[in-house]
Ligand binder design. Structure first.
Ligand code: PXP
Length: 249
């Protein structure tokens, strides 16, 4: 029997594709990274097909769907183009994220509260097609309530502000951000939502996030792929797993 207290680890392989695209060829292959992560114990693979295709491209999604046995969490913006792609592939999960072309990464959470009518209509066909719909939001009461209202199954809480504060040694900010995440996770569980967390997580910040009551999944990419350059992906992932388990013990 699997341990119900065990936190799932989703590995985001976008930045293997970033490296590949820097030379425009076929290597390093993000699908090989996904298979390596699967072999090393990842519980899922996350890939973000951005509008500008700066890392993952359409063919990667086709190959990932074909190759991996663990669930694919397909990250995308709430656009008609992405909805059609998701409906064509029917991944296990769809995570809706805000997207701005000029940003380096997903900088903030999705504005659900002010856009609930449009987003509610947007997620309904995805849900009807069997995808677990997740919304990437700030740990904010309004966004959490709106996410539940429009019928999302999951919220992924944006951990970036906490992780940045840890990385920069701003302890007061880190404490305040961790309190927001703690309260956000509590409110989301009370609203009947499954709670995930992600963005910017490193070995230094994973422990407190893994300890948050109610959180069942972490999605981690950039740091793990960077660490894999030095110690290999299986070892980088095993260390993250060890820290997550230690935090939960
Ligand atoms: N979760 C979501 C919703 C994201 O958009 C990202 C970044 O693409 C991640 C998790 C992973 O963040 P990072 O690459 O900083 O670990």
């Amino acid at each position: 029997m699997s341990d119900p207290n065990r936190l799932r680890l989703g590995v985001n392989i976008d930045h293997v594709a970033t490296l590949r695209n820097a030379r425009g060829g076929a290597v390093p292959d993000p699908v090989r990274a996904a298979l390596t992560a699967q072999e090393a114990g990842a519980d899922g693979i996350t890939a973000h097909l951005r509008e500008d295709r700066r890392h993952i491209v359409d063919a990667d999604i086709v190959r990932l769907m074909d190759a991996i046995a663990i669930p694919l969490n397909f990250e995308m913006a709430a656009t008609d183009e992405m909805q059609a792609i998701a409906l064509r592939h029917r991944p296990h999960a769809v995570c809706i994220v805000p997207e701005r072309r000029e940003e380096r990464t997903t900088e903030g959470g999705l504005e659900v509260a002010a856009d609930d009518n449009r987003l509610g209509a947007f997620v309904a066909p995805l849900r009807d097609a069997g995808a677990r719909v997740s919304l990437f939001i700030a740990p904010d009461e309004r966004q959490i309530a709106a996410s539940a209202r429009i019928g999302a199954a999951v919220v992924e809480l944006h951990a970036g502000a906490y992780c940045d504060a840890v990385a920069e040694g701003r302890d007061d900010v880190a404490a305040a951000e961790l309190a927001r995440l703690t309260e956000g996770a509590r409110l989301a569980v009370d609203a009947g939502l499954e709670v995930h967390a992600g963005h910017g997580i490193t070995y230094d910040s994973v422990g407190p996030i893994a300890s948050l009551p109610g959180v069942v999944e972490l999605n981690i990419g950039h740091f793990l792929i960077g660490e894999a350059v030095f110690r290999g992906l299986p070892d980088a992932l095993a260390e993250m797993r060890r820290l997550m388990d230690a935090a939960r013990a």
